[in-house]
Structure formats: structure tokens, C-alpha cells
Design a protein around this ligand. Structure first.
Ligand code: SF4
Ligand code: SF4
Length: 357
């Protein structure tokens, strides 16, 4: 769909003829089952650290070689956790309360500066999947409560508010968001198939971190070789550290190149943590609702979402990354902003968009 005048959009003005609302309100969900679920999961991860008897692996084994710097001191790691918690809170505030793309964008830039370039991509919730897995399988592998918090906080936020971590806090998501030049759509069938890859990658990452493959060293010793695949193949870590092996920099450059035309390729078709977040976001307490009140059925939001996350005029709970872009194109939102004296942005469409023909 090409650029349109806002005035042309059906039902753009308050009081205009509109179809019944399909996504204007938030369905209230009971919170306590979700909180119980997260607390139970957190407890199991923590208790795994204090098992009395280590399991018998039937031979020697090697822990994966960390590709990230060693964890920082307690005070600095606590600062990281505090920054993450504040970032998640602000993300939820900007996306759900203020409905502000500008606020979300500024937050994500601050997050990439801190978690990406200053902290060099470590500690990261995506990689923490492996630490948590290994600590659950082998109690001799000790991880700090800070890393457990990094693993759990974005999941808890997803249960409450959707994928606000992806939209405003994750440096990997931001780097892809910032390079998006001319977003194009992927055929929906292909997109659906590709979206299974993160779950496959998640299973592989868990297997290699927790169990690994039996192998024989050059000295003839049998060991179980565990790997942290997510860290070893993180495409953006070289960008944050401004250095890295050639193949990693090349993969990162490849994702950047593809990401100029297809929004967030790593998030949509590879990120294993995104897979986890998408499951929890399906049952979240609150989530993105494109129009602030009544649905106009104009389809402009579907055209504007670069991630193919709007289906049937609704933001899909699983695939929406809470970037708040679609708000800016919704005629109802523009009316609301003007009513509140806030300058409204221009509508930008995605070539080959998915609005109604
Ligand atoms: S999908 Fe993964 S890489 Fe993308 S923003 Fe979410 S956690 Fe980060
Ligand atoms: S529906 Fe699309 S544009 Fe809207 S917040 Fe979700 S990902 Fe962003």
C-alpha cells in the first residue's frame, strides 16, 4: 500500500463511521497463576545450585569455554540487573501507557549504549539460557543470582506486558531496528515456516549446553564436550566489541545487510530467547493494541509493521516485538495525539504491505 492521506482513512475522525472494536481494549487476565509459574521456575533454577549429589556422567567432561568476559563483581552485576529492571519498566511504560515510538526508540538507544557497547553484550538473557541449563544439569557449575535474574526478568516482563524486552531493551534487537532502511515483506507462508527455526535452535543450544557430545581428546581421553552455541554464534557481539573472528564479523555483516530490507531477521528467524518470549507473550496480561479505541479496518498498521506482526488488524501477541511503530500510522492514534497537542508523525508504508487490497 502506498502513502495515504490520513484524512482518507475510513473512520479517521472521532465520531466517524466505524466497525465494532476488535482490538481497542485490554482483556484483563488473572495475574497470580503467571507469577506462581515464574516463581516456581526461578526456585528450581536456584535450588539446582545446591543439590547434594552431582550426577554421574560416566566419565570426565569439560565445561564450555566462556566466550564472554568473566562475570563482574556483585555490586556491578547488581547494577546491570537494576538497569535491566528499569529498562523493562520503562519499556512497558512507553509501549503500553504512553504509546510512544519516540520514547521506545530513545530507550532502545540507551540500552544498546549500555548493554551493547559499554557492557559488550554480556551479560545477556539470550546467552543465559545456556548458563541456566548447565546449572540445572550439573550442580558443579555455579552461576550467580544476577545471571538467573537476567534470564528470568524479561520472561516475567513478557508474561505481564508482552515482549517489551525486545522492543526497548535488547541491544541485538536495537542494532537491527536501527539499520532498517527499506522494509519489505516476506511471503506469509515462508515467514511461518522460518519462525520455527528459533525453537530448533533453542533445543540444540539446550542440548549442547547441558549434555554435549562425547568425544575423545588428542591425548586419547574420553570427555563430554559441552558448547555454548548461542555465544559462539552471536552475530552482533563482534559489533559491540569492535573486534572478533572473521567468520563472526562476516555473519554479523550478513545479518545487518539482510536487516536493511527485512526487519529484524535474527529476532524473527533465529533468536532462541525470542522463541521463549513469544510463548509467554501469548498469555501476557497486557500487550500491544494498535488502535487506542475503535477499529477502523483501514489496514494501515499492517502496512507499517516491518515485522509482519499484524494479522486481521491485531498485533499478533507472539510475533509483535513491542516496537510501537504501528501506533504512528493508526488514524485513531493520530487523532488522539492531535487532541492531546502532540505533533503526529507522517505515515510510512512497507512496500507490498498487507493491508486490505
Ligand atoms: S528476539 Fe532475541 S535478539 Fe531479538 S530483541 Fe528479542 S531477545 Fe533480542
Ligand atoms: S505490531 Fe509490529 S509495528 Fe506494532 S508494535 Fe508490534 S512489531 Fe511493532
Amino acid at each position: 500500500m502506498d502513502d495515504r492521506s490520513l484524512a482518507d482513512a475510513p473512520g479517521a475522525e472521532a465520531g466517524g463511521p466505524v466497525a465494532p472494536s476488535r482490538c481497542g481494549g485490554h482483556a484483563r487476565r488473572p495475574l497470580w497463576p503467571l507469577i506462581l509459574l515464574v516463581v516456581a521456575f526461578a526456585s528450581s533454577a536456584l535450588l539446582a545450585q545446591y543439590q547434594k549429589k552431582p550426577p554421574d556422567f560416566g566419565g570426565v567432561h569439560a565445561f564450555p569455554t566462556p566466550t564472554h568476559p568473566e562475570p563482574r563483581g556483585v555490586v556491578l552485576l547488581s547494577l546491570d540487573v537494576a538497569m535491566l529492571a528499569v529498562g523493562l519498566g520503562l519499556g512497558a511504560y512507553f509501549v503500553l501507557k504512553r504509546r510512544s515510538r519516540t520514547g521506545t526508540l530513545l530507550l532502545s538507544i540507551a540500552a544498546i549504549a549500555y548493554f551493547g557497547f559499554y557492557r559488550k553484550g554480556c551479560t545477556c538473557p539470550i546467552g543465559s539460557i545456556q548458563n541456566v541449563t548447565l546449572s540445572l544439569v550439573d550442580p558443579r557449575y555455579i552461576i550467580s543470582p544476577g545471571i538467573i535474574a537476567f534470564f528470568l526478568l524479561p520472561l516475567l516482563a513478557a508474561l505481564l506486558f508482552g515482549r517489551v524486552f525486545c522492543g526497548g531493551v535488547c541491544p541485538l534487537g536495537t542494532v537491527q531496528d536501527l539499520v532498517l532502511l527499506r522494509p519489505m515483506n516476506v511471503p506469509r507462508k515462508l515467514d511461518r515456516v522460518l519462525r520455527w527455526i528459533p525453537f530448533l535452535y533453542l533445543a540444540l543450544a539446550i542440548f549442547f549446553a547441558g549434555w554435549g557430545l562425547p568425544t575423545v581428546t588428542s591425548s586419547g581421553k574420553a570427555i563430554v564436550l559441552r558448547r555454548f552455541l548461542i555465544c559462539e554464534w552471536d552475530p552482533f557481539i563482534g559489533i559491540f566489541r569492535l573486534s572478533g573472528p572473521f567468520h563472526m564479523l562476516a555473519i554479523g555483516a550478513g545479518f545487518i545487510l539482510v536487516g536493511m530490507f527485512y526487519g529484524r531477521p535474527y529476532c524473527r528467524w533465529l533468536c532462541p530467547y525470542g522463541g521463549l518470549l513469544s510463548i509467554l507473550s501469548r498469555v501476557s496480561w497486557k500487550n500491544v493494541t494498535v488502535t487506542p479505541d475503535k477499529e477502523t479496518y483501514c489496514g494501515m498498521c499492517a502496512d507499517a509493521c516491518p515485522y509482519g506482526a499484524i494479522h486481521d488488524y491485531n498485533a499478533d501477541r507472539a510475533t509483535c516485538v513491542s516496537c510501537a511503530r504501528c501506533y504512528e500510522c493508526c488514524p485513531r492514534e493520530i487523532v488522539r495525539l492531535r487532541r492531546e497537542g502532540i505533533p503526529a508523525k507522517r505515515y510510512v508504508s512497507v512496500p507490498g504491505g498487507r493491508g486490505p487490497a
